[in-house]
Design a protein around this ligand. Structure first.
Ligand SMILES: [Zn+2]
Length: 254
């Protein structure tokens, strides 16, 4: 079996609906799927551990849902814990769902917009034939814990598909040059520890793991949240001061 090639696929700036964001315009055209991430200066959180008033935070989420596409009846977001637990949604969904302790979502529900928050961690977008989707929040802890493997397996079960039928994109997050980590992180993610701090490219690790899983199509974003910090939020570059971006994925209702 030949290894799947990894292509670069760039998100493009769009501002429809008054929410500046970056989208995979090819995915909307080819698959009828909205996949993207909000831009800087439009912080997304659940206002539980932040200074944002709850009304403001909820208003931003609602604005995002409407901006991404008419007909999204529901949206789901979670208080993330850098773990590997996923929510699974099948059938119909409605309203604004807030879950606890999940770092990703898998769905075949029509009209449901999946969302995770990121600022350096990688949003991983997965598509299966028939319209089922998965969206993962993959930082080093999630990658080390196997969130990609969990996400691919869960989506394959929901869709009745094989990994070779899946399409995957590693979205906007921190690049290797901007992400120096200690030996304990390298050990956890790569299984071997260099003597000193070293660069870790999470998207390289994710695409390598996806190749091992046999994912059929793999693309990766050229954007870096730290390099391109005028467009995106970076937890690392800001020393923790930056907000969070909302990554989203949903089949556009017809
Ligand atoms: Zn960078």
């Amino acid at each position: 079996m030949t290894e799947t090639a990894v292509r670069v696929l760039a998100e493009r700036a769009v501002a429809g609906g008054g929410v500046p964001r970056y989208e995979l315009t090819e995915w909307r055209e080819e698959y009828g799927v909205a996949a993207g991430v909000t831009a800087r200066d439009h912080a997304f959180d659940l206002s539980l551990h932040s200074e944002t008033p709850i009304g403001t935070a909820m208003g931003r989420w609602q604005a995002l849902r409407h901006a991404v596409g008419a007909g999204f009846e529901a949206m789901v977001v979670s208080r993330q814990v850098h773990g590997c637990e996923l929510g699974v949604y099948q059938g119909q969904a409605s309203g604004f769902l807030i879950r606890d302790g999940l770092d990703g979502h898998v769905s075949d529900a029509a009209g449901l917009l999946l969302a995770v928050t990121v600022a350096d961690c990688i949003p991983v977008y997965l598509l299966a034939p028939g319209g089922s989707l998965g969206l993962l929040h993959a930082g080093w802890r999630g990658v080390a814990g196997g969130i990609l493997e969990r996400g691919v397996q869960t989506l394959c079960e929901v869709a009745g598909a094989s990994p070779a039928e899946l399409v995957m994109h590693c979205g906007i997050g921190i690049c290797g040059a901007c992400y120096e980590v200690g030996p304990e992180v390298s050990e956890a993610v790569l299984g071997h520890a260099p003597a000193e701090a070293t660069a870790l490219d999470l998207r390289d690790v994710l695409t390598n793991r996806a190749q091992v899983l046999g994912v059929g199509q793999i693309t990766t974003s050229p954007w870096c949240s730290a390099h391109d910090n005028d467009r995106f939020y970076s937890h690392r570059r800001s020393g923790g001061a930056d907000g969070r971006m909302a990554a989203y994925l949903g089949r556009v209702p017809t």
